[in-house]
Design a protein around this ligand. Structure first.
Ligand SMILES: Cc1cc2nc3c(=O)[nH]c(=O)nc-3n(C[C@H](O)[C@H](O)[C@H](O)COP(=O)(O)OP(=O)(O)OC[C@H]3O[C@@H](n4cnc5c(N)ncnc54)[C@H](O)[C@@H]3O)c2cc1C
Length: 325
């Protein structure tokens, strides 16, 4: 499958990159590792006139410890490097696990953290060749006005399948977003929206430049369910965090991914175990509440009933894993 015609812009600095994005607006698309962008361009799902590459911008590849004990990671840092980073492995094990959960070693050698955070939503109907899609009416994601997954819906239900954002949400990470007008810091928990088509708060001229993770001493875990490890996107994934020790906790955070258009931060299940501790009974009660908060799940990529069951299973496993740490 050939790439559609486009011009490729290799920039020398972040300023140059931001200027190119400002000049080209909606016509431009950022490429970082390209593991998603290039593939989707070949499928003619993305058709940017200008591709602006972040490759080689050293300022976006650094990992630096910051004064208050946290870590500042450039969005262009490669996942393979981050997976080997000793600070990430010792201080943020759930984040390290989420990085290693992304695709295969080959893909992680190219893929960047920024690209994973900004990964566009996926759908079995759109992430297919142009020829395959021609057999269907265009949908919200391909300039039409229907969702093939949920025909009665007025919005797109493509799924956010990225793994690292779940761990970054439980860690309280903050994204730095820049354009030529300046920069703003946004907690990653507020970055995603419920619209499968326009899934993040990024504007066309904006770049995620840095990810800042505060110091975290709590217990954390990341788990993923996928048909084949090292190859497939998650069917369901979870990141969870708690303070205290053993079953004794006062604050638990649970984030589910790959089930919907956005990561889902569970409220009631987290409150139950925060108040009652990580006992078998409280975990069972919390798990019972999970499906109430999943929202409108679809049959996309796997059956809804299976997804609901997997969500329960993976939350239970995560809470037990936290207790045993
Ligand atoms: C076979 C296969 C399996 C995969 N499995 C997984 C998986 O299990 N889990 C998973 O999470 N992903 C998976 N992926 C998807 C993808 O490889 C990863 O998400 C990867 O981390 C994307 O990073 P990248 O640097 O290659 O992004 P790119 O492809 O370069 O970009 C992805 C998106 O992010 C935007 N972007 C990139 N960087 C920035 C930035 N700094 N600021 C603003 N926008 C930006 C791009 O414009 C594009 O929309 C898989 C891909 C393949 C081909």
């Amino acid at each position: 499958m050939l790439l559609p015609d486009h011009s490729y812009v290799k920039v020398d600095s972040l300023e140059d990159c931001l200027e190119r994005l400002r000049e080209n607006g909606e016509k431009a698309m950022i490429v970082a590792g390209g593991t998603d962008v290039i593939f989707n361009m070949r499928l003619k799902l993305f058709d940017p006139e200008v591709v602006v590459s972040l490759r080689g911008l050293e300022e976006l590849e650094k990992v630096e410890e910051i004064a208050d004990g946290g870590l500042r990671i450039g969005a262009g840092a490669r996942l393979a490097d981050l997976a080997e980073n000793p600070i990430i492995n010792s201080r943020y094990p759930a984040f390290a696990d989420s990085i290693r959960a992304v695709a295969s070693t080959h893909i992680r050698n190219m893929a960047t953290l920024g690209g994973n955070i900004c990964l566009q939503t996926r759908c079995a109907y759109t992430n297919n060749s142009e020829q395959w899609r021609e057999g269907l009416k265009t949908c919200y994601k391909t300039d039409g006005n229907i969702c093939h997954v949920l025909k009665s819906s007025t919005k797109c239900h493509a799924i956010n399948n990225a793994d690292t954002p779940l761990a970054l949400i439980v860690l309280g990470a903050v994204l730095t977003i820049q354009n030529t007008d300046g920069s703003r810091d946004v907690p990653i928990a507020e970055f995603y929206s419920e619209d499968g088509m326009d899934n993040t708060m990024l504007k066309p001229d904006e770049v995620v430049t840095f990810i800042t993770i505060p110091e975290v001493t709590d217990r954390t875990t990341f788990l993923k369910i996928a048909p084949r490890a090292g190859m497939d996107f998650s069917i369901a994934a979870v990141a969870a965090r708690c303070d205290g020790s053993g079953a004794d906790v006062s604050k638990v955070t649970i984030v589910l991914g790959s089930l919907s258009t956005h990561p889902i931060v569970l409220d009631k299940p987290a409150r139950i175990v925060s108040e009652k501790g990580l006992t078998d009974d409280a975990i069972a009660e919390a798990v019972e509440q999970v499906r109430e908060e999943l929202g409108e799940l679809t049959n996309l990529f796997s059956r809804t009933v299976y997804k609901k069951r997997m969500a329960n299973v993976i939350v239970k496993r995560a809470l037990v894993a936290l207790r045993e740490m």
